[in-house]
Design a protein around this ligand. Structure first.
Ligand code: VG1
Ligand code: CO
Length: 542
């Protein structure tokens, strides 16, 4: 039986960089999740009788919202729901399922790398039929609807059994519980030379993967241990836990410190990797070398043709604006297009759909390709393994040769988390005020060439996205970028991105923070970070 429930709007349901993210208690407010899900459906047209994919990263409150979403999909007239067993689907796996089964779209429940638990973070994101995050036009419509919503529709039925694969019927809609892993594993096998990687591993190459008690555990177990033959134990923390074991499932040098230490030890394995809460980010560390995500994008693009799925070469490379220019040099050498988009995977969708870009990446540990429409953590790890298997060189050697060929983009991001929102907004406003007067000014040896607030003109649908980050570019190619996070759930997070290009191979082994020291000081001088936020140092340096 379908019930129409009266409700009142919540003022704060504006999706950010990647969907709506809030603390669990916010989502637990009466009708909060229902309002947002109904707003999604109300913003869409033409889904009657169509398929909706539903899945999440398994965090606290995942199962409850999955039940709500299924019952609301039935009440709103979808014909079929595909849901991952246990309510699990990694973000890239959800994207694949949407594409493979030609679904109308999907609802992905995740707050990604943010911690989980009763007082931690939760999130809801809508993906469109190409498998990618809804573009701004759609998220704007969802938000607008959420501000006036007065009813939602839900089926009054018992909970669906999420733990048994198979098909059930609710109010005329079919619900099929699917294996969350197999379609994804099949896709990976179609892209990479599993035989070559198997041989590499059988020959004694040691790989470790830290699933961080998050969603990639079952995927990595199946692919890395079962299909590629890595010894049991190669995949660590492989059981998805609702609170990620109390950790941040954020694959960076702070939260995956243990993996980093392991990879820097004298008896380190050959290759280490980790993924985040929802499986779309990756951390890649070779023995004795951390590869920054920006460098990883460039190195993967330069070598992708060594994997069967990319043997024909790349059509183009896309990167988010704050991501380093390392990939630009690869695109230039390959003679292919390089596209610079705002932060957030949703901006890559059109470029991938149009065949303009094949590989995309963000400095925040996201890399992916046209195989799905999300960034994909395990995909990046497998592409690295495929390249290592073909080149038969260490990651360290591959990186050193890459820098010798293209030059090195020293790069770091400094995050100031949970700063006062007014202070953060004031800082950005003050930067904007300086944009016209900065060019030509000198700070020590650094002279500002240009300064602007990044605006993106989508070459496919011609939409314009303004205010996507303040860029200060110096003569010689160094730059600092400032923007506020759109994924945080308390206060504001200021991100400062710092980059310097070094063509000289004799200067490619400097410590990154040291190589960027003068720019870090100038960033503070221009933005007044310390005085405005009251912070003496960043909360996280990646
Ligand atoms: C961050 C990253 C961005 C990424 C987004 C979603 O956004 O900077 O590159 O696309 O998270 O990734 P922001 O607005 O906080 O800087 V995930 O893995 O959290 O879905
Ligand atoms: Co993520």
């Amino acid at each position: 039986m379908i019930r129409t429930v009266t409700t009142t709007p919540y003022g704060d349901q504006k999706p950010g960089t990647s969907g709506l993210r809030k603390k669990v208690p916010v989502f637990q407010q009466k009708n909060y999740a229902e309002n947002f899900i109904q707003s999604i459906f109300d913003a869409l047209e033409g889904f009657a009788g169509q398929t909706l994919v539903i899945g999440g990263d398994g965090r606290f409150y995942n199962r409850e919202v999955i039940q709500i979403a299924i019952k609301m999909a039935a009440a709103n007239g979808f014909g079929r729901v595909l849901v991952g067993r246990g309510g699990i689907l990694s973000t890239p796996a959800a994207s694949n399922v949407i594409r493979k089964y030609e679904a109308f779209g999907g609802i992905v429940l995740s707050a990604s790398h943010n911690p989980g638990g009763p007082t931690e973070d939760f999130g809801i994101k809508y993906n469109i039929g190409n498998g990618g995050p809804a573009p701004e036009k759609v998220t704007d419509a969802i938000y607008a609807r959420s501000q006036v919503i007065d009813t939602y529709k839900i089926s009054d039925v018992a909970d669906v059994n999420l733990d048994a694969e198979g098909t059930q019927d609710i109010d005329g809609m079919t619900v099929t519980v699917i294996d969350p892993v197999s379609d994804y594993a099949t896709l990976m096998e179609s892209l990479f030379d599993f035989d070559a990687i198997r041989k590499l591993i059988a020959g004694g190459f040691r790989v470790v993967f830290d699933a961080m008690s998050a969603v990639t555990g079952p995927y990595a177990k199946e692919i890395i241990e079962k299909r590629l033959g890595a010894p049991k134990g190669s995949v660590m923390n492989f059981i998805p836990l609702p609170d990620f074991g109390g950790h941040h499932p954020d694959p960076n040098l702070v939260h995956a410190r243990a993996l980093y230490e392991t990879m820097m030890a004298p008896d380190a394995p050959d290759f280490g990797a980790a993924s985040d809460g929802d499986g779309d980010r990756n951390l890649v560390i070779g023995r004795g070398i951390f590869i920054t995500p920006s460098d990883s994008l460039a190195m993967l693009a330069a070598n992708a043709h060594l994997a069967p799925g990319y043997a024909k070469g790349l059509a183009g490379i896309a990167r988010s604006m704050p991501t380093s220019g390392a990939a630009d040099r690869v695109a230039e050498k390959l003679g292919i297009g390089l596209y610079e988009t705002p932060t957030g995977w949703k901006f890559f969708g059109n470029l991938l759909d149009e065949g303009m870009a094949t590989i995309c990446g963000e400095e925040s540990a996201g890399t992916g390709s046209n195989h799905v429409r999300e960034k994909d953590g395990l995909w990046a790890v497998l592409l690295w393994l495929n390249i290592l298997a073909v080149r038969k060189e260490s990651a360290l050697d591959i990186a050193a040769k890459h820098w010798a060929t293209y030059g090195r983009n020293y790069y770091s991001r400094h995050d100031y988390e949970e700063v006062d929102s007014d202070a953060a907004n004031g800082l950005v406003a003050a930067l904007r005020d300086q944009l016209s007067t900065l060019p030509g000014k000198s700070f020590g040896a650094l002279k500002v060439a240009t300064a602007d607030d990044f605006s993106y003109h989508d070459p496919v649908d011609h939409s314009v996205s303004k205010n996507q980050g303040i860029r200060i570019l110096f003569e010689g190619g160094s730059r600092v970028v400032f923007r506020l996070s759109g994924t945080g759930t308390s206060g504001a997070t200021l991100r400062v991105y710092i980059e310097r290009f070094e063509p000289d191979p004799t200067r490619h082994d400097i410590d990154t923070q040291e190589a960027l020291a003068d720019l870090i000081l100038v960033a503070d001088e221009i933005a007044g970070i310390k005085t405005r936020t009251g912070r003496t140092e960043p909360s996280v340096i990646t």
